[in-house]
Design a protein around this ligand. Structure first.
Ligand code: SF4
Length: 346
């Protein structure tokens, strides 16, 4: 099958029911053939056209010239604990991205990328060092799920949009990807199992709230004041700390959904008892959960606090009126921890 011919068509993964109906019609088929294709691709998760037995033979022959996947799996790293796998994918244009699969008992969580590189430039993050390269298409986001599901022995139970990139700077495609993961005639993942994480793009938090998106929202907080957060997250200059807290509060109030605040704990930066105190003050009246992430070191600038310091910080948060959890990253030996994803096309 000719690659040139294949490039004439958009990959099927990423297309909605109306897209696939139009595609079927463009091939001289009835629209219901598009709905059958949707079922094969997303519900049955079959990517071999010859196995799509209820499609006519001539249509299957035409489909042989149409690419299904927008991504090609290149390598897979497995952590020593075998709990974490990091997958490197190549896009059709040669760019690279990474996704992570994490096992914890029956809970299988995958961390999806939404951009190649990232423009947000958080100082502690490996992806930021790449700069912004491109937004991923809806298909490139959803294909990460489909390919990870294929390689996983267990069913994926949770999806977090927390890999490379800022999902809210690729809002349309990120939400369209979540919609495909959630579609009842396709992958059918419950909305509460899908979390979209933002570094604090305030207008998009407001849009997400106004649109009453059913997915869970996480905000990467990492500081307790404007000046402190600004030191590691330059986005705080455009979207101030107080506006971020206000938008988060309004979202939690209007949606009645508990918002998650992520807090990357960095030695000497934001791990003092006064920070814990400040977090209780700031978040005490918000329906939220606080998830502490001890920093995964990527260079010499920031350090992970000692386990004693982390425990002391957690102790200071004991009287918080919201739940507090610690995420002990399990994939740091393969650079699959939070903020460690980075690729190079060279
Ligand atoms: S932490 Fe997230 S938002 Fe910040 S630079 Fe890294 S990928 Fe972008």
């Amino acid at each position: 099958m000719s690659d040139v011919l294949k490039l004439k068509y958009k990959p099927l993964i990423g297309q909605t029911i109306p897209d696939l109906e139009s595609f079927a019609e463009s091939q001289g088929e009835k629209p219901f053939r598009g709905r059958q294709l949707f079922d094969w691709i997303y519900r049955q998760q079959v990517d071999d056209v010859s196995a799509m037995t209820d499609l006519s033979k001539p249509f299957r022959e035409k489909l042989a010239n149409v690419p299904i996947h927008p991504l090609k799996m290149i390598t897979e790293d497995v952590s020593v604990s075998k709990q974490t796998q990091k997958i490197l994918f190549e896009l059709l244009d040669g760019n690279l991205l990474e996704s992570v699969l994490m096992k914890e008992g029956n809970r299988i969580t995958i961390c999806l990328s939404t951009q190649v590189g990232c423009a947000v430039d958080c100082d502690f993050c490996a992806t930021a060092k790449m700069g912004f390269i491109k937004n991923l298409t809806t298909g490139e986001i959803v294909d990460q799920f489909l390919q990870l599901q294929k390689m996983s022995e267990q069913k994926i139970t949770n999806v977090v949009f927390m890999g490379m990139g800022e999902p809210f700077l690729n809002y349309k495609n990120s939400i369209a990807a979540a919609d495909l993961l959630h579609h009842s005639k396709g992958i059918n993942m419950a909305a509460w199992r899908i979390t979209i994480s933002t570094a604090g793009v305030v207008p998009k938090i407001r849009q997400f709230s106004e649109e009453q998106q059913p997915y869970k929202l996480a905000v990467s907080l990492n500081g307790t004041t404007q000046n402190q957060r600004l030191k590691t997250m330059p986005i705080t200059e455009t979207h101030s700390f107080s506006n971020l807290i206000k938008a988060s509060k309004d979202y939690a109030y209007n949606s009645r959904n508990r918002i998650t605040f992520e807090y990357v704990l960095m030695d000497g930066i934001n791990d003092q008892p006064k920070d814990a105190e400040q977090l209780i003050q700031l978040l005490g009246s918000i329906e939220c959960k606080l998830n502490m992430i001890p920093y995964n070191e990527i260079g010499d600038v920031y350090r992970r606090p000692s386990d004693e310091k982390i425990e002391a910080f957690m102790k200071s948060l004991k009287r918080a009126p919201f739940p507090v959890t610690v995420r002990w990253s399990k994939g740091t030996d393969i650079d699959a921890g939070c903020g460690q994803l980075v690729t190079s096309s060279t």
